[in-house]
Design a protein around this ligand. Structure first.
Ligand SMILES: [Fe+2]
Ligand SMILES: [Fe+2]
Length: 307
């Protein structure tokens, strides 16, 4: 049994004191957004107990699907690195960036520099700088291959969209087919959801192309964040199967958050190629209930079986 934990969108606070020059433009509106909405029902007081519960489950690996920071200010990436380090050794913790981790063009390289140990593939030399072309990365852990896809692109003001890009998608297709040959359980991390519909300004621009690659090459699990909601979808495959797609709320959201109470997912993986078993358990808060506990169990593989 291999246990994978999945959390997302901690939006770690508080926001550091920003120089005025750094707050011009998109960051200024992000700051207003934070002050206006995010301070309510959001923060370390709710994230702490959730992480305590997660650690008590002793997962073999932890996946963090982006939006660790808020405005992509330099100091926030140190906070992000401290957060990742608190979860475990880099070989047991994997991260992909979200739109807030690449909030403005000038900050595109911060997550690559500060979080390199947590987003480097197994084949990355420790002293080689990680760049955007290193995505998707892969980490083989027991029966599981953790695949990290980046959809983080700098966008204009008011935009929170993402894009995987043609080059990365071509590499993803090749990688997923290779990992299938190796008989591994392919667990894909991506910040923006590749399924469902959302407003243009929050969308994954090439979602259709991402879905096409996942359908053709296959994956046993896709994990995402971004919407801050409990979500579940499927991508049908040509062979008649499905790729399960799971979204989790923000790990920092309180019980009464508008978009969904703070939660994370655990995946208990066993079986073998062609006969995988994957049980998902969602744990966290619920509206009006400030205790962290199991909320839902769902069998993702074999898909459609009773849990
Ligand atoms: Fe987010
Ligand atoms: Fe996001």
């Amino acid at each position: 049994m291999f246990v994978l934990a999945h959390l997302s969108d901690p939006h770690l606070g508080p926001i550091p004191e920003a120089r005025v020059s750094e707050l011009l433009g998109k960051r200024f509106f992000g700051m207003m957004n934070w002050i206006g909405a995010r301070r309510r029902n959001f923060g370390a007081s709710t994230l702490g107990p959730l992480l305590t519960d997660l650690m008590a489950q002793a997962p073999d690996h932890i996946c963090v699907t982006g939006d660790l920071v808020n405005l992509s200010l330099p100091e926030e990436f140190d906070t992000g690195a401290t957060f990742l380090t608190s979860l475990g050794e880099p070989d047991r913790v994997s991260v992909v960036p979200g739109n807030h981790d690449a909030y403005v063009r000038s900050a595109m390289h911060y997550h690559l520099e500060h979080w390199a140990p947590f987003l480097s593939g197994d084949d990355t030399h420790p002293h080689t700088p990680v760049d955007v072309d290193a995505f998707p990365y892969v980490r083989r852990r027991g029966p599981v291959a953790v695949v990290g896809v980046s959809t983080a692109i700098p966008t204009a003001i008011f935009l929170a969209s993402g894009e995987a890009g043609r080059g990365q998608l071509a590499r993803l297709r090749t990688l997923l087919l290779q990992l299938k040959e190796e008989g591994l359980f392919r667990a894909v991390m991506i910040h923006h959801p590749p399924v469902g519909t959302r407003p243009f300004h929050r969308d994954l621009r090439d979602a259709a192309a991402v879905r096409a690659v996942l359908a053709e090459a296959g994956a046993e699990l896709v994990m995402h964040g971004h919407d801050h909601r409990t979500e579940f979808g499927v991508i049908p495959t040509p062979a008649g199967g499905v790729v399960p797609v799971v979204g989790v709320p923000s790990a920092s959201a309180g019980p009464d958050d508008d978009r969904g109470a703070g939660a994370y997912a655990l995946y208990r993986i066993s079986g073998e190629p062609g006969a995988w078993r994957c049980e998902m358990e969602r744990r966290g808060y619920a509206a009006g209930d400030a205790t962290v506990r199991a909320r839902e169990v769902q069998l993702l593989a074999p898909f459609g079986s009773a849990a």
